[in-house]
Design a protein around this ligand. Sequence first.
Ligand code: SF4
Ligand code: SF4
Length: 205
Amino acid sequence: MKKPKLRELKEAIKAVISGPFTSKYPFEPHTPPDGFRGKPEFDEDKCIGCGACAEVCPALAITVTDDIQSAQPTRTLRQRCDKCIFCGQCELNCTTKEGIKLTKTYDMSGLDRSEPATQIEHELILCELCGAIVGTPKHLRWVAEQLGAKAYANPTLIVSADGSMRLAAKDGGRLDEPALARNDMMRIMCPACRRTMVVRELWGE
Ligand code: SF4
Ligand code: SF4
């Protein structure tokens, strides 16, 4: 038998003195180290409902569901832990950088796979003319804040930042009113309606 080298002997003695590296979980709580990638959770204040996290999620663990039929249109973002691979892309690419964070929660065991999920709900703003989705109030305000004075180039953002947003009527249209005229300028409009209005205003029908 070969004699142990001095370095190995030193390591062995150190390991005996310093005790075990493993924790006694589940009999004792375990605290993961900083940087641990556990259960992602939305932040109610910092999430603006833009949906970018769902776009970048490689495991399709985040879904965005828009309900535009109810009296108060809503957007629901849901993150399912049973599909999550804890890669951290949602946190890394979050528009506000703080809307979703990976926590240190690692114990998500249960009998229902879809149970360990986190979700957040946002109001939705619809185009006042055609009823198309424009975004969430928080998202529009965030964009207006980022643009500063430049936001005044876009009437939808002015109205949003002003806090006087109105949601479209359920049917979304204005059948008895003239189509897309100058007096529609200061309305919440989707890009398609705004483009049509501007083109008609400049060049006519
Ligand atoms: S703010 Fe961040 S967490 Fe919220 S929807 Fe946008 S990307 Fe996702
Ligand atoms: S950690 Fe990765 S897999 Fe999990 S929700 Fe975020 S982007 Fe998707």
